[in-house]
Design a protein around this ligand. Sequence first.
Ligand code: ASP
Ligand code: MG
Length: 406
Amino acid sequence: MALIVQKYGGTSVADTGRIKAVAERVVSTAGRGNQVIVVVSAMAGETDKFERLAGEITDTPDEREMDLLLSSGERVTSALTCMAIQKTGHDSMSFTGRQVGIITDSSHTKAMIESIDASRLKEALDEGKIPVVAGFQGINEFSDVTTLGRGGSDTTAVAIAAALSADACEIYTDVEGVFTADPRIVPDARKMDRISYDEMLEMASLGAKVLHGRAVEFAKKNNVPLIVSSSFNQSPGTLVTKEDGDMEKIVVTGLAHDKNQTRITIMRVPDSPGIAATIFDAIADANINVDMIVQNISSDDNATDLSFTVSKKDEKRALEITEKVSNILGSRGVSINSDVAKVSIIGVGMQSHFGVAAQMFETLSKAGINIMMISTSEIKISCVIDVKHMETAVRALHDSFNLAKV
Ligand code: ASP
Ligand code: MG
């Protein structure tokens, strides 16, 4: 008998009609002789609503209270889904994060799972029940409710699958799988049959929203096969799995884009040891993540321009800090550009093929698009460009690397 964890996202449980459809899918999986554990998100829009409500009261909500608020959406759907399964005649029991023993650290609103005591889940399975777990939440060492960061129900599902050595973790969403690019931008984007964990990790961190990055990390570490598919039809979806030789034959597997970027430049900073450390220490102290960094070679004045990107939500604070540091260092000033986007090509095959970067730059150049910043890793190349060219860039790259064809 196989053990399958099925996670249903917000649109799949958006109303009671859809919740009943989910119950049917779950029961039919169980009917084929499998043990099933269900993990649910909040109904579509609920988590946003909670954030909005908190925002109507204060700009700086206490994070402990925020977590209790945010976690409530998943509790609602777990109970309703459980009822819908019971209505079909199957035994079922709902659980909060606390009840399935998900222990996290104390970083409220972005907590990391530290351990899972899955004994209650095992018990329920042994008793022939279908457990329905509220995703996205756990408790910390003080028994306070924590949440795992937006999109975190994926991580709950994978963590449970890992803890119970499940045979598969199926992530049901409103798209049919992982696409070579966002189909809303590239009409001939293709659904991939398979993608490696590392490629998926890059896709997720570079802006593809289909899976929570931490869920992929967890899946990779514990070798959990992940299947992303639509809960609205029966099409087979995308398998996220270990890399193999066949994957390396493909140079570029997919594209990602991210509009959520801001570039900050400090002009004419002294080119001497310790300067970069001073700037980025100050930014790190404020818990702001810096993505790309570009520093030019200094010219006659022994000064250089230094640019970096942060996510839009951090731009105000990053700018304030950079201006302060810039004053101290005696640089010429700070400029900010919020109209930038990052486009990236991803593929494990890059490691064994030449000229991939050149082809990317040439494609952008032919489309008349200026590259502001570049960063590379073994399996991805990212370029920061003007946001107004983003869609053109994504389409041109999709064409150039032949991603529409298998
Ligand atoms: N409900 C949470 C969110 O909207 C968690 C999740 O759905 O994965 O981010
Ligand atoms: Mg999601």
